[in-house]
Ligand binder design. Structure first.
Ligand code: PBG
Length: 333
């Protein structure tokens, strides 16, 4: 096909964008609310809706308040949430045992949400122990301070099983351990949970854009960083391979995280895989637009729409985004 069909002055491209009417006829629609998953932080206690300083518009909710917040997002057409537990410090330990507690914060929140909204709400849970380990790493540490892959798998599988027993529709492992997808799939299947979905955080980068989240979830590593397990943005082939690896291990859906700085990776994985792909529009990407707007350097609604359209255009089927709880103000036409 010859795409170069003429030239100026016979052809004038501005004709196709001369009015709002013709522009709107040709525009790709903004992704609808059904494409979004709202990530949300849960704490113990009652009647708590605690603002997160680094993420204006986001809160840590106790389970009772979470139900009210989820009802609000559901009324905007959002169909899914992703839960992150923020346990009190006294529940953190080197072996993260509280992460698997049947009455833990996430397990309790899942039970409550599924009891309230049943199949009208998809409840996703993050499977990673960094909020639960006293050292803040995503797996178990050995004496040398290195995260041990294989012993961590059993822990992650046990954590996932406890969420699914509480009623989670989809578990989303984010610890970046090799073999975590097959370990979790195996544990779920052998307990009869063959219908539970698994969304792998398959290509998750060691990123500097998780800062506000780590403040929200109190999950920064107390020593070292996550470069020994999360993907290196300077090695994109290895990062893409992580997704293929998880597809072969049995993930139902793949993920790229962060999203805005990795649109090329989303689009490559989109063209190489037939699985649904989620993009995680992470905390740093959220807070930087707010900071820019607060400084008067840009209009928040316009920046949110432009950046969200970019994630959609790159090929994401699902968008995990903190904007989801502001869908009507920011994203609705
Ligand atoms: C847990 C996890 C993190 C995020 C999601 N799951 C933090 C991390 O890897 O340090 C970050 C999400 C965000 O920044 O919005 N491992």
């Amino acid at each position: 096909m010859n795409k170069k069909t003429g030239s100026f002055p016979d052809l004038r491209l501005r004709r196709l964008r001369a009015s709002e009417t013709i522009r709107s006829m040709l525009a790709n629609p903004m992704p609808g609310p059904e494409k979004f998953i709202w990530p949300v932080f849960v704490v113990e206690g009652e009647n708590i809706k605690q603002p997160i300083d680094a993420m204006p518009g986001q809160f840590r909710y106790s389970v009772d308040k979470l139900v009210d917040a989820v009802l609000e997002v559901k009324n905007m057409g959002i169909k899914a949430v992703m839960l992150f537990g923020v346990p009190p410090v006294e529940h953190k330990s080197p072996d993260a045992s509280y992460a698997c507690c049947p009455d833990g914060i996430v397990q309790t929140a899942v039970r409550k949400l599924k009891g309230t909204f049943s199949s009208e709400l998809m409840v996703f849970t993050d499977i990673c122990v960094c909020e639960y380990t006293s050292h803040g790493h995503c797996g178990l540490l050995n004496e040398k301070g290195i995260v041990e892959n294989d012993p961590s798998l059993e822990l992650l599988a046990k954590m996932a099983l406890s969420h699914v027993e509480a009623g989670a529709d989809c578990v989303a492992p984010s610890a970046m351990m090799d073999g975590q997808v097959s370990a979790i799939r195996g544990a779920l299947d052998s307990s009869g949970f063959t219908d539970t979905l698994l969304l792998s955080y398959s290509t998750k980068f060691a990123s500097s854009f998780y800062g506000p989240f780590r403040e929200a979830a109190a999950s920064s590593p107390s020593a070292g960083d996550r470069k020994g397990y999360q993907a290196d943005y300077q090695n994109p082939r290895a990062a893409i391979r992580e997704s293929f690896f998880d597809e072969v291990e049995g993930a139902d859906m793949l993920m790229v995280k962060p999203s805005l700085f990795y649109l090329d990776i989303i689009s490559t994985i989109r063209s190489e895989s037939l699985l649904p792909i989620a993009a995680y529009n992470v905390s740093g990407e959220y807070s930087m637009l707010i900071a820019s707007a607060q400084n008067g350097w840009g209009d928040l609604r316009l920046m949110v729409r432009e950046s969200t359209a970019a994630i959609d255009r790159a090929g994401a089927d699902l968008i995990i985004s903190y904007w989801a709880n502001q869908y009507n103000q920011l994203l609705k036409d």
